[in-house]
Structures are given as structure tokens and as C-alpha cells.
Unconditional design. Structure first.
Length: 864
């Protein structure tokens, strides 16, 4: 069911009415829904509060997981930066002659740190930093990471940056990374997770203090000068920082985690030969090697711790920078291993919390949804007994209104649908469109609707019978009118053949033309009724003959001027009459809606595989909106109604064009309106353009009964009902190899005395009006007959052919005696004429011929 069907026909609720009135017009389901809306809304509200809280917990857990992942990346990055800082200190404290190995180790470490930096930034993109403190901290870290590359390039140049400045830059960045890891306790969803986050942060601080101790020891061991008090104080501060970090760790976690931490830092159960290898480059170290490094680190640490300010040279003879770096690196790795374990436990715990919260959210949502669905189901079941019946009634009514009844009316438009059935018989056979669901009031309404449907079908059948009767009546009247008009035309033909008075002959011509228009009007009625008025025709017709036949059917034919018409194009016989009728209607429309002193031009040209016929008038034109409406009607023939009486011609044109497959379009022209007819290829026959007939052939008149009517377009056989004595259309003149000599004289005297009427060819329209015939002899007479008889008596024509066989003409040999006096003037001097002059002369000649066609018989002031 479409939107139009679902909304049309329903009463529209006035919004200005009160709520009580609108509630009265509401649907049954709506009313039942209003009854349950309050308890259901309360239930949904309470459940929504619970679901929102659970959802926030889930989102917080997910945020904690994302921050934990970022903390893991920050831990790995911190470890690499600590190693990079140590190597930077080694590079800056190594003598220049031994810096190549240190520089290479520093560059290799930069590559490892950059890898961790990319992973950190990838995890950083998924962390929501909406909290102000967290956003500021992450922003500071991002800024220092952007400044890391310039710092590295400066360190590689060695002499540009002091050691203290380089070390401080690394410490500042690492301190911010440690501060971010301390924020995990704020997003932990439980106390256990928060304690794990605090313990991991404490171990991260212990790792940093150990790394700084390693860095200060490198400076103290590699320095060529005495140990300064600042170095000594920094070394002691690192030792105190490590002790403070361990105390914070013990306060944050339980005893099991403390025991595991102490075992790991002591190197027990750690190594390649165990399930817990050391991270990084020390993953191949065994437990024994790890413990040896720890013992060495403790001994070196004691030696450096006992060193006081002012000691010169190396602090201890058996302690070197390489040994110190290796031993302290193992301690840093062990401390980082403890932190990594705690962070993994934290992330696993938070992930478990998220899963639990998500399951809780799903369960609560399902429970709430189930309760709401149960409530709605109860309401629907309560309303089902009434709503289903009403829905069926509504669906049946809409189906009848928009589908079954329109289809029935459309079928009844065909007169043959009823056949021998009456309207009552058809209505009795209509089935019930709405089944009666029950015996209540709704069932009674359904039965009443079925009765209304049957009555509507009966009335539609009666209307169809009435329309069929009216159409039959119009067809009979039009046929009878056609018969009377044909008899009138034959009677007028007989009167024309015996009439010698030119004035009365012109009036008879005019009556004959009006009768032809009457016949076309009868054909228009038949076309509108739907009767095929085209008569069987086998022979094709030339395109020019079709245009002239259409011109002959127009009342103001004298105003029609044929322009360029391509030769060699014929119209198939089955479409000739319809095409003539179509073009005649367009010509009549053009002459009716243009000033009477203007010319209507008709042209036809072959373009591609179609023929385009254009009819141009000099009227006032048509508005764009009206032009669009007319073209729409031409493309889609409208139904027959009373409004077609005002535009009968265009309605007939649209139906004829659809019948033969042509298209008609009206367009605005600079001087008026242009009508274009596109004739398809399937009704055209174009064996090729015919050559223009030679002068001898052009002088041969087309046989016709009334040549005197050549100035006015005669009624051709195409497009008109066949006359009793009609003969086929004469073939066009055929070019002869050589012209035949003919007696001098007017072409009118070569016409036979009487021939049946035929189509008027191209040459026939250009002939002048014929002179009257003698009533006694029945032969044509002319005022020049006496002169011709004198000329014949004066001399006889003697044929002196040339060597090529052509007749030779003697100048003035056939002059009538006495018709020429005096001496002939000398021949004018021949001069060369340009192409422009020739073109202008031919154009003037063509325009003169066209004016002669339409103005020869009917002068101003004479009746048309």
C-alpha cells in the first residue's frame, strides 16, 4: 500500500481541537497504548537509571584498559629512554679517541627507542584525555617527545651540549612518563586494581632511581677530575630514592607481591634457564650470571657510596665503567621486570571487570526489554480482537478504492468487456472484498461495504454502457455525415465540369474545399472516438504529395507556402492517410492562430534515418507554461472529455502520431510558433533522391480532370475517401534520353477532354488557370486561337534537325502575320553574372512562383 493510499480518504484531525476530541478520534491501538504508557514509562525510567550506571562503569573500565595499554607502552619506552640516557652519558664522558664504539651503541639504542615511541603514539591516539590534569600531562609528554630528536642530534655532536643538560632533558621526559603511570590508580574499578597500579608505579620509581644511580656512577668512574660534592649527593639521593620506592611498594601491595619482588630483585628464579628470562638484551643470561651481576653491583655501589668529595682519579682500581654499566643494567632490568608483572596483572584484572560489567549490562538490558515486551504484548493481545477486524476492513476498503475498483472501471472502458451481460449481471458476479470476521458491529460494517462495492460496480457498468452507446452514436452520425459529404463532393465535381463562368467556378471550388473540411471534421470525430479512419492503401506517396494533400484540406490554404521539400522520400501506403490528416491539422492550427495577412511555411527534410516536417507561422506565439502543457498532451494523448472541444485538433494530432509512431513537438520560433513532426524510418521508403525532371518532362502536365484548379491545391486521393471514378496516383515524370519536339502552344491545350480525378503533382500546382471550354465542341478555347490559325495558314513548321538529331528552331518562323511590326532590336550584349546575382534571381523567381500559386485565382476583395 502506497503512502498516498494509506493517507487519502482518512479524516484529518484538526490540531486546534481540544485534547478530548483528538483522543476520541484516536485509533483503538493508540487508546490501549495510552492506558499502559504510564506504568511502562516508569518501568523503563527505573531500568534506564540502572543501565546508565552500569554503562558508565563499562566505559570507565574500557578507558582504564586503554590507559593500561598506554602505560605498558610508556613503560617500554621509559626502559629504552633510560638505556639511551645511560649510553648518552657514556658517549659524553668517553674520550674523543674512544668515542666511535660509544656513538655506534648510542645510535643503535635510538633505533630501539624510536620503535617503542611509535607504539606509544599509536596507543596514545585511543586514550580520551577529557580530564584536565591527564590532558595537561599527556600534552607535556607529547611536547617533550617532539623535542627528543633535536636533543639526540645535539648529543651526537658531543661538544655542543653539557652532560648535565642532556641528562636533565632525559630525566624530565622520564619523570612525566612515570607520573602518567601513577594516574592508573584513579581509573581502577576496584581496590585491588588500584593497589596493583600503585605498586607498579612504586616499582617504576625504583627502576628510575636505579637507572639514575647507574648514570651518576658512570660519570664518577669516567671522570678525569676529582669527585664533586654534587655527584656524591646525587649518588646518595638515588640510594635514598630506591629505598623510598621499595617502602611505597610494600605499603601498596600484599605480602605475596612483596615476596615475589624481593626474590626477583635478588635474582632468584630469574634467567634464561627459568620460566622468567630477563627482558631486552639480557634475555640470554642465566640465573647464575644474573646473581653475579647483582653481587658486583652491590660491591661497586658500596665503593662509590664510600667515595667522598675530593677523591682524585678513579674511585676504585678494580671498578670500570663497563663493569659498572653491566651490573647496574641487570638491576634496572630486574626492577623493570617486577613492574611489568604488576601491570600485566592490573590489565588482566581491569579486563575481567569490564567483562563482568558488560555481562551485567546485557543481562539488565535483556530483563528490562523482556518486561517491556511482555507489557506491550499484553496490550496487543487485548486490542487484537478489535484491531484485526478494523485493519481488515480498512485494507479491503483501500484495496477496492485504489486497486480493484479502478481496474474494473478501466476494463469497462472497453465496450467489449460487458458482451451480452447487463450491469446487474456484472454486479451480481462481484465477490465480497471484505470477509465478515464476526457478527458484531464491525462485521455488519464489512457487509455494508460489500454492498456498496457491488452497487458501485453496477453503476460503473451502466456508465460504460452509456459511453459505448454515445460512442456508437457518434460513429454512426460521423459515418452518415461522411456519406452525405461524399455525395456533396461528387455533385460539386459534376457542376465544376460543366461550369464555364469563372466566378461561379471559383465559388464551386470554395464549396468543394469546405466540403473537404467537413469530411476531415467527421474523421476527427472518429479518431477521438477511437475508430481507425485510415483507408487501405498499397501504393506509397511522395513526401511532397503528402504535404500538398494536407495543404488542400486547410481552409486558408492560400496562406500556406511549401518551402524546401526533399525529393526521393516516399511515405508507406499504410501511413499516408494518417500523416496527411496529422499535417493538415497542424497547418489548420497554424493558419487559425496567426494573422490573416501572414504566410505559413511548411518544409520537410531527410536527416539521418528520419524525416523532419516543420510548420512555422507568424503568430503571437505561446507562453512557455502553455507550450509545455500542449507538448505534454501531444506526447500523451488525453482522455476524451468536454475540454477536448477547444483543442480538438491537437488531440487528433496526438492520437494520429501515436498510431503511426511519429512524434510532434511545438516550439517557440523568432516569428511565432514552430511545429515539428518527426516521421520514423519504418513508415518511410527512400530509394534515393530523384533527379529533378528535365524541362521537357516538366512541361508534361499531370493528367487531371480539372486543370483549371491548379492555382488552388486540388484534393488528392491520399487522405480523402475514394471517389467512384478515382484512379491510382500518376507516376512521376520519367527522364527521357532526348527531348521530343512538341507543337508550340500552351500546355493547357494538351489536356484530354475528360479524365478521372488523380493526385496533383508538383508541376500541376504551378500551372495557371485553364481557359474555358466551348459549350458546343467541348474543346478548350482561348482568345489567341485566331492568331494560331493564321500562323498555321501562313507557314508550316519544317523540321531541320541538327547533326545530333535535335530539332532546330528558326527564329520568328511561326510568328502570326502582323503581330510584329518594325525592325527587331539588336540582341543585347551578354555579360557575365556573379554567383550572388544568379542566387538572387533564382530566389526572386521562386518567391514569385509561390505568390502566384496562392494569388492567381483569388484577388483581394474576392470571396475565398
Amino acid at each position: 500500500m502506497t503512502e498516498r493510499q494509506s493517507t487519502r480518504g482518512r479524516p484529518t484531525t484538526d490540531r486546534r481541537r481540544g485534547p478530548v476530541a483528538r483522543l476520541r478520534d484516536a485509533r483503538i491501538r493508540t487508546k490501549l497504548g495510552l492506558i499502559l504508557i504510564v506504568p511502562i514509562t516508569a518501568l523503563i525510567g527505573v531500568a534506564a537509571v540502572q543501565l546508565v550506571g552500569t554503562g558508565q562503569d563499562v566505559m570507565q573500565a574500557r578507558q582504564a584498559i586503554r590507559q593500561a595499554r598506554l602505560a605498558d607502552r610508556a613503560t617500554a619506552l621509559t626502559t629504552q629512554l633510560q638505556t639511551e640516557r645511560t649510553l648518552a652519558a657514556t658517549l659524553l664522558t668517553t674520550p674523543k679517541q674512544k668515542q666511535s664504539a660509544a656513538a655506534r651503541a648510542y645510535r643503535d639504542q635510538i633505533a630501539k627507542a624510536d620503535k617503542q615511541l611509535r607504539e606509544y603514539r599509536a596507543a596514545r591516539a585511543g586514550v580520551d584525555s577529557s580530564e584536565r590534569s591527564l590532558s595537561d600531562l599527556l600534552g607535556r609528554i607529547d611536547t617533550q617527545l617532539d623535542e627528543l630528536d633535536p636533543l639526540r642530534r645535539t648529543i651526537e655532536k658531543r661538544d655542543i651540549i653539557p652532560l648535565s643538560t642532556a641528562v636533565f632533558s632525559y630525566r624530565s621526559l622520564i619523570a612525566d612518563l612515570l607520573a602518567y603511570r601513577q594516574t592508573l590508580a584513579n581509573v581502577a574499578g576496584s581496590d585491588e586494581a588500584a593497589n596493583l597500579a600503585r605498586g607498579a608505579s612504586a616499582m617504576a620509581s625504583h627502576t628510575e632511581m636505579t637507572s639514575q644511580e647507574q648514570e651518576v656512577g658512570i660519570v664518577m668512574l669516567a671522570g678525569a677530575s676529582d669527585v664533586t660534592s654534587a655527584q656524591h649527593e646525587s649518588f646518595q639521593a638515588n640510594l635514598e630514592g630506591q629505598a623510598e620506592a621499595l617502602r611505597a611498594f610494600r605499603d601498596a601491595v600484599d605480602g605475596d607481591h612483596v615476596t615475589a619482588m624481593e626474590r626477583t630483585i635478588a635474582g632468584r628464579g630469574v634467567g634464561a634457564n627459568t620460566d622468567t628470562p630477563l627482558p631486552g638484551d639480557r634475555h640470554t643470561m642465566t640465573t647464575a650470571q644474573t646473581q653475579n651481576d647483582i653481587i658486583a653491583a652491590q660491591r661497586y655501589e658500596g665503593d662509590l657510596s664510600r667515595a667522598s668529595a675530593g677523591d682524585s682519579g678513579t674511585v676504585s682500581g678494580d671498578v670500570g665503567t663497563a663493569q659498572w654499566t653491566r651490573a647496574m643494567g641487570t638491576r634496572v632490568a630486574l626492577s623493570g621486570l617486577v613492574e611489568t608483572r604488576l601491570r600485566e596483572q592490573f590489565r588482566s584484572l581491569v579486563q575481567q571487570q569490564e567483562n563482568d560489567l558488560l555481562r551485567q549490562l546485557v543481562a539488565e538490558s535483556a530483563a528490562v526489554s523482556l518486561m517491556v515486551l511482555v507489557a506491550i504484548a499484553i496490550a496487543l493481545l487485548t486490542a487484537r480482537s478489535m484491531a484485526r477486524s478494523l485493519h481488515r476492513l480498512e485494507a479491503g476498503a483501500l484495496s477496492v478504492a485504489y486497486q480493484e475498483l479502478p481496474e474494473t472501471v478501466a476494463r469497462l472502458r472497453d465496450p467489449g468487456t460487458l458482451g451480452t451481460l447487463t450491469a446487474d449481471d456484472l454486479a451480481a458476479g462481484v465477490e465480497d472484498v471484505v470477509a465478515r470476521p464476526s457478527q458484531d458491529e464491525i462485521g455488519q460494517v464489512s457487509e455494508a461495504f460489500n454492498v456498496v462495492h457491488r452497487e458501485t460496480v453496477r453503476i460503473a457498468a451502466e456508465q460504460a454502457t452509456l459511453r459505448s452507446s454515445v460512442s456508437t452514436m457518434f460513429v454512426n452520425l460521423a459515418r452518415r455525415s461522411q456519406l452525405l459529404v461524399d455525395r456533396l463532393i461528387r455533385r460539386i465535381d459534376q457542376m465544376e465540369q460543366g461550369e464555364q463562368n469563372p466566378d461561379r467556378l471559383g465559388q464551386l471550388f470554395h464549396l468543394d474545399h469546405l466540403a473537404t473540411q467537413m469530411r476531415r471534421n467527421d474523421e476527427n470525430l472518429l479518431v477521438l472516438v477511437g475508430v481507425d479512419v485510415s483507408r487501405a492503401r498499397r501504393e506509397s506517396a511522395a513526401l511532397g504529395d503528402v504535404l500538398r494533400a494536407a495543404q488542400s484540406q486547410v481552409e486558408q490554404y492560400t496562406r500556406i507556402e511549401l518551402g524546401v521539400v526533399d525529393m526521393g522520400v516516399d511515405v508507406a501506403g499504410r501511413a499516408v492517410n494518417d500523416l496527411v490528416h496529422l499535417i493538415a491539422e497542424l497547418l489548420d492550427n497554424a493558419t487559425s492562430f496567426s494573422p490573416p495577412d501572414t504566410i505559413v511555411t511548411a518544409e520537410a527534410c531527410w536527416i539521418g534515418n528520419r524525416v523532419y516536417v516543420t510548420i512555422t507561422d507568424a503568430g503571437t506565439g505561446i507562453r512557455a507554461e502553455r507550450l509545455t502543457e500542449l507538448n505534454r498532451r501531444l506526447a500523451d494523448p488525453p482522455s476524451v472529455d468536454a475540454s477536448l472541444s477547444r483543442n480538438m485538433g491537437l488531440a487528433v494530432v496526438s492520437r494520429l502520431a501515436k498510431h503511426i509512431g511519429a512524434t510532434v513537438e511545438l516550439r517557440s520560433a523568432p516569428t511565432g510558433t514552430l511545429a515539428e513532426v518527426v516521421i520514423p524510418q519504418d513508415i518511410l521508403e527512400s530509394p534515393g533522391y530523384r533527379a529533378m525532371p528535365d524541362p521537357a518532362s516538366a512541361r508534361q502536365p499531370v493528367e487531371a480532370t480539372r486543370a483549371v484548379r491548379a492555382a488552388a491545391p486540388a484534393r488528392p486521393s491520399i487522405g480523402l475517401p475514394p471517389r467512384p471514378a478515382a484512379t491510382p496516383v500518376a507516376d512521376p515524370p520519367v527522364r527521357r534520353a532526348e527531348p521530343e519536339p512538341r507543337p508550340a502552344g500552351s500546355a493547357w491545350f494538351q489536356l484530354p477532354a475528360s479524365r478521372p480525378e488523380q493526385a496533383v503533382g508538383i508541376q500541376e500546382e504551378t500551372r495557371d488557370a485553364a481557359p474555358p471550354r466551348s459549350a458546343a465542341t467541348g474543346r478548350w478555347e482561348s482568345p489567341a486561337d485566331d492568331g494560331w490559325r493564321l500562323a498555321a495558314a501562313s507557314s508550316r513548321f519544317t523540321d531541320h534537325p541538327t547533326s545530333g538529331g535535335l530539332p532546330r528552331r528558326d527564329p520568328q518562323a511561326q510568328l502570326v502575320p502582323g503581330s510584329v511590326t518594325g525592325r527587331a532590336a539588336p540582341p543585347p550584349v551578354r555579360r557575365h553574372r556573379s554567383a550572388e546575382e544568379v542566387r538572387g534571381t533564382l530566389s526572386s523567381y521562386h518567391r514569385g512562383l509561390q505568390r502566384a500559386r496562392v494569388g492567381e485565382l483569388y484577388q483581394p476583395g474576392e470571396p475565398e
